[in-house]
Write a protein that binds this ligand. Structure first.
Ligand code: C2E
Ligand code: CA
Ligand code: CA
Length: 618
């Protein structure tokens, strides 16, 4: 650690007389420092607390380098070196400077040179672009020497403190994010993986199956029979205990079934009395039946809970990788449908998802087709939700959210629409429509200073001609400052290089970009620091429990502090009550969004919110 009040300088000059002069200026004689000059002119105490600088001398560059290395090793580095340009017979000033900087990238260097010495061009040619090297012309003025010494060491100390703080915060955030992610991937009660982790593993199984169709898998959806009755009769504590026991039996049964499979099976709790099991690398349907029957037998053995002997059966529905729609959510839904059939057929059994259960699957196909048609027919709408600046409660912009205008799919969520559009291969068209629609709506409130914010899915972001259209729309919008693009964190996990270059191109156009749903993915804040992002949107998973769970408040505080230190704007999503809003304000959050601050609505709603702004050209 470097004591702040004692800064360390290195004077490198082949002329001993210069060392004496520098010492006089910086350490000693009255009348030689700025403070003294100030005192002499305006009265007051002469420079106090001297010597302020600890100074070492080197007569040659080689010696200077050795000293700088030793100082680093002692963890008491030089903040600043004055380096003479000409020091025969050894290295010259430039060589010395280059070596000092290579040894200690944080050091500041003042090169002392006469007019006839190397030009500025030569210096920057040799050293490359740097803001750590300054030039002082000889003969130098003592005031200049003092000013440079004060200013540069001051800057060094400031930078050191800032980078240490950032490092500390980074560690805190990394640890806490990991902690929360661990917690957010497992069910609290049973310790089993939750839906998120299960989906993750299921996605992996789907990918393996796509690469090699012989690697079959099955999803079993398991629901306890009459669990509600047990809960109501024996109380919730007993119900919870039963769930814990069921989880333990599931794990045990799968472990002993693993000889059917080459990857370990995963069991997960969805919530309530619903469990999921992923069976990987199955040889045949016969294996599925074996495992399912084994699970039924294991779970059907009596339980001993609070002195009671209880018997509980389970119903299991199974969907396999042989069904044509191999998206994780689809398979779970098929398994769920099969489970309902198992219940209907008398409980305590397992049913394999079959063709007669295809209604839902058919509906999905119809939905996809309709989405494709709706893109052509313009059956979508954009709704806008305000983003509020916490400093003055002003609305600064609106996030555009996709809606199906009306008809049988009107209630579907935006993410379902986007996912279906992606599956149907029309996501890009949808996206272009949204860009243009947002631009048209924006023109009706462009005079309010609010911007418009669009979501782009990972796939959309990577469309090659997206940038061209964005550039066109920017012109329509009256400038890039009016457009913000939100991209989800998952994009950067899946296609880091491509996503980064798309972001860079957006930034080059002047479009601000935000990382959406921050905290749900796996990117660390340090990797954000070098993405050309304008800000992050903290996922509502963190905000939801802000006033309840102190861990969430701590992590949100750390994320805000670090993002701020990295120069990023922070928008908190999903603010649903005054307590969370107040908490965010205390934690220094810049912007917020959520039902508490304003729901989304159509463009008329925006105009009403903005206080009756007149319609533009629409
Ligand atoms: P998102 O970007 O995180 O958008 C915010 C979502 O949170 C919206 O859901 C919004 O209605 C909801 N929300 C806002 N405030 C609150 C709150 O206080 N509490 C709760 N619980 N929810 C709140 P929505 O409209 O269903 O959108 C879901 C996701 O679909 C969006 O998440 C976004 O990722 C995506 N999306 C929406 N519109 C588009 C679009 O035009 N293009 C693309 N690519 N994606 C879109
Ligand atoms: Ca968003
Ligand atoms: Ca979000």
């Amino acid at each position: 650690m470097t004591p702040t009040h004692s800064r360390r300088l290195l004077i490198v000059d082949d002329n001993q007389a210069i060392h004496d002069v520098m010492r006089r200026i910086l350490q000693g004689r009255p009348g030689s420092t700025l403070a003294d000059a100030h005192a002499a002119l305006f009265g007051g105490p002469a420079a106090e607390q001297r010597p302020r600088f600890r100074m070492d001398s080197a007569l040659q560059g080689e010696d200077a380098l050795a000293r700088a290395q030793a100082a680093l090793a002692e963890q008491d580095p030089y903040q600043l070196a004055f380096v003479d340009m000409r020091m025969p017979p050894g290295w010259d000033g430039l060589e010395t400077t280059a070596r000092l900087m290579a040894a200690d990238p944080a050091i500041y260097i003042v090169i002392c040179t006469a007019y006839s010495d190397a030009s500025l061009e030569e210096i920057s040619q040799k050293l490359g672009p740097t803001d750590r090297v300054l030039i002082l012309k000889k003969p130098f003025d003592p005031v200049e020497v003092v000013q440079l010494s004060n200013a540069l060491t001051e800057r060094w100390v400031g930078q050191r403190a800032a980078s240490q703080r950032a490092l500390e915060l980074e560690t805190i955030v990394r640890d806490r994010t990991a902690e929360i992610q661990r917690a957010s991937m497992h069910d609290k009660l049973t310790g089993l993986p939750n839906r998120a982790l299960f989906s993750h593993r299921l996605d992996a199984a789907i990918a393996r199956h796509r690469a090699d169709p012989t690697r079959r898998f099955a999803v079993a959806f398991l629901d306890l029979d009459r669990f509600k009755h047990i809960n109501d009769t024996f109380g919730h504590a007993c119900g919870d205990q039963l769930l814990v026991d069921v989880a333990a039996r599931l794990k045990g049964a799968l472990r002993s079934s693993d000889h059917f499979t080459s990857e370990p099976s995963t069991s997960a709790r969805l919530g309530g009395d619903e469990f999921l099991v992923l069976l990987t690398d199955l040889r045949s349907e016969h294996d599925v039946a074996l495992v399912a029957n084994r699970l039924l037998a294991t779970l059907g053995r009596p339980y001993n809970i609070a002195g009671q002997r209880l018997r509980v059966s389970a119903s299991i529905g199974v969907a396999t990788s042989d069904t044509p729609y191999a998206a994780a959510a689809d398979l779970v839904r098929d398994a769920d449908a099969a489970m309902y059939r198992a219940k209907a057929e008398g409980r305590g059994r397992f049913v394999l998802f079959g063709h007669d259960m295809k209604t839902e699957a058919m509906e999905r196909v119809a939905f996809e087709a309709d989405v494709r048609q709706a893109v052509d027919d313009g059956l979508f709408d954009l709704h806008y939700q305000p983003i509020v600046r916490l400093a003055d409660n002003e609305i600064v912009g609106f996030e555009a959210l996709l809606r199906w205008r009306d008809g049988k799919w009107a209630g579907r969520s935006a993410s379902t629409l986007v996912a279906a559009a992606e599956d149907a291969g029309v996501a890009h068209a949808l996206n272009l429509w949204a860009l243009e629609r947002a631009a048209r709506d924006f023109r009706t409130w462009s005079n309010t200073g609010c911007d418009v914010r669009l979501n782009l899915s990972g796939k959309q972001l990577l469309e090659p001609d997206l940038l061209v259209r964005v550039a066109e729309v920017i012109e329509d919008l009256g400038g890039a400052r009016n457009l913000v693009v939100e991209v989800t964190e998952a994009t950067f996990v899946r296609e880091p290089t491509e996503a980064r270059s798309a972001l860079e191109r957006l930034a080059a156009l002047g479009v601000r970009t935000y990382l959406d749903d921050f905290g749900t993915g796996h990117s660390s804040l340090s990797c954000l620091a070098d993405l050309p992002l304008h800000g992050v949107k903290l996922d509502r998973a963190f905000i939801g429990d802000l006033s309840g769970d102190p861990r969430h408040a701590r992590i949100v505080g750390s994320v805000i502090a670090l993002a701020t230190a990295c120069g990023l704007d922070v928008v908190a999503e999903g603010v649903e009550n005054a307590a969370d809003l107040a908490r965010l304000r205390d934690l220094g959050c810049h912007h917020a969004q959520g039902y508490w601050l304003g729901r989304e609505g159509d463009n008329a709603h925006v105009l009403a919110l903005l206080g009756g702004t007149e319609s533009g050209n629409d």
